[in-house]
Design a protein around this ligand. Structure first.
Ligand code: PYC
Length: 310
């Protein structure tokens, strides 16, 4: 299996070029469901240690339904198949350019959540125009065991987010353990209390938003991903969901660009335009760097061939 590893603002993406199971044809959402239900061992073995690493997202290239797209892609982390992934799309675009499959300019990529547009500005810099994102509930109060009442918004940006603003814990690297523990508790409480999307879709990510000490930076965030790791980047789908909340609150006009930092200080430039269905069409600009080209080996005599399952 040939893969190319990149990172987007510190958050790793592993693009899988070959060696994947046949997911059949049809809509990408259906093929993603097949990957999630019939091939869990496959994607976990690529993400789990020792072959993978915490926080890594896989990007499986598939044939797009829409022939105008350069590729279809299904994203996953060790615990979930994702609807869309912003940092992964920036990493994938830089990887496709590295492979000579695309050049500077605009391209379309099909994901299970819909078709997104990417603009490759140079070797490393990409703007993703995401699918329409929306806030579905505001000021929802959860009773979080061990923490008490926590109020936040539920929003969609290609994945489902519970967004708490302001953060109850200072968003800085020294607090990553506490931030992780509390956001895990919030996600569990949201599921236990039936808080999710319009059709009951479960919350898969939790965001704490904080002010930044840097006046040039609008805010910084901590984002918990489905694998209970934090996003090293400011999270593209999470930033999209957050833009939908800012727009719904009248706190950011269309077209105005802001800088969003992650907890480790990596940056996205963000803006939006109004969407056709009352949400927002987010633009996310960030940078990815290629780290490795590799052949993954699955040796039958390796006791950890499937990864370390704790
Ligand atoms: O950038 O959308 C994102 C993302 C989702 C999970 C990890 N990164």
């Amino acid at each position: 299996m040939h893969v190319i590893d990149s990172h987007t603002g510190g958050e790793p993406t592993r693009v899988i070029l070959d060696g994947a199971p046949d997911l059949g044809s049809g809509p990408l959402a259906e093929r993603a469901r097949r990957l999630a239900t019939e091939h869990e061992g496959f994607y976990r073995s690529i993400m789990l240690e020792p072959r993978g690493q915490p926080a890594m997202v896989g990007a499986l290239l598939v044939e797009p339904v829409d022939p105008s797209c350069v590729t279809g892609v299904i994203y996953f982390d060790v615990d979930a198949v994702l609807g869309m992934c912003g940092h992964g799309t920036i990493g994938l675009t830089v990887t496709l350019a590295y492979l000579g499959r695309i050049g500077v300019g605009c391209h379309k990529i099909e994901t299970p959540a819909g078709v997104v547009t990417v603009q490759l500005h140079d070797t490393n810099t990409v703007t993703v125009t995401n699918i329409e994102s929306r806030r579905v509930h505001s000021d929802v109060t959860l009773d979080v065991p061990g923490y008490g009442a926590v109020t936040g918004d539920v929003a969609y940006g290609g994945n489902w987010f519970f967004i708490v603003d302001p953060s109850p814990i200072l968003v800085e690297t020294g607090n990553i353990r506490r931030l992780t523990d509390m956001t895990i508790a919030i996600r569990k409480a949201s599921i236990a209390q039936g808080i999710g999307g319009e059709l009951g879709e479960p919350i898969d990510h939790v965001i704490f938003q904080d002010a930044s000490p840097d006046p040039a930076v609008h805010s910084r965030n901590f984002v918990l991903c489905p694998d209970d790791n934090y996003d090293r980047s400011p999270c593209g789908t999470g930033s999209s969901a957050r833009l939908a909340c800012l727009a719904a609150d009248g706190a950011l006009p269309p077209g105005e660009e802001i800088v969003q930092h992650s907890v480790i200080g990596s940056a996205y430039r963000l803006s939006y335009q109004p969407g056709p269905n009352g949400g927002v069409i987010p633009s996310i600009t960030g940078q990815a760097h290629i780290m490795a080209e590799a052949t993954l080996i699955f040796d039958d005599t390796d006791p950890f061939k499937e990864g370390i399952e704790l």
